[in-house]
Design a protein. Sequence first.
Length: 146
Amino acid sequence: MSFLSFQTLYFEDLSLGMTETYFKTVKSSDVVGFAEITGDRNPIHLSEHFAAKTPFKGRIAHGLYTAGLISAVIGTRLPGPGAIYISQTLKFLAPVKIGDTVEATVEVAELNAQRQRVRLSCHCKIDGTMVLEGEALVKVPRREQA
């Protein structure tokens, strides 16, 4: 298993351009588990026979599974524990297949000190190909509030 180690950053620790990245290889058991948790049992994710007849020619991971890797970065590394998700936009650009290694990256794009909010640029790539992009808005505690 691959887990991200925790890193807690407060608003004062953040600066424009800071990035954190997480690499995760998608396993069949991950996709099956995600389907069980969410109830999304679309056969394109679970049935090789069905998925082979689609334009993807095989099973693909749920889009929100891939987006969840961004959440992992935000919740554990940048900014880490204590950050509160406010919103997330997502644009799915290419499929993620079983066995692909996803590179999920989060970058500090804007800091709003008055509201303690951080806009994060988020993207996922496979072998340099962008498969997902979006932005997250999170509230980050100040050091004195901890």
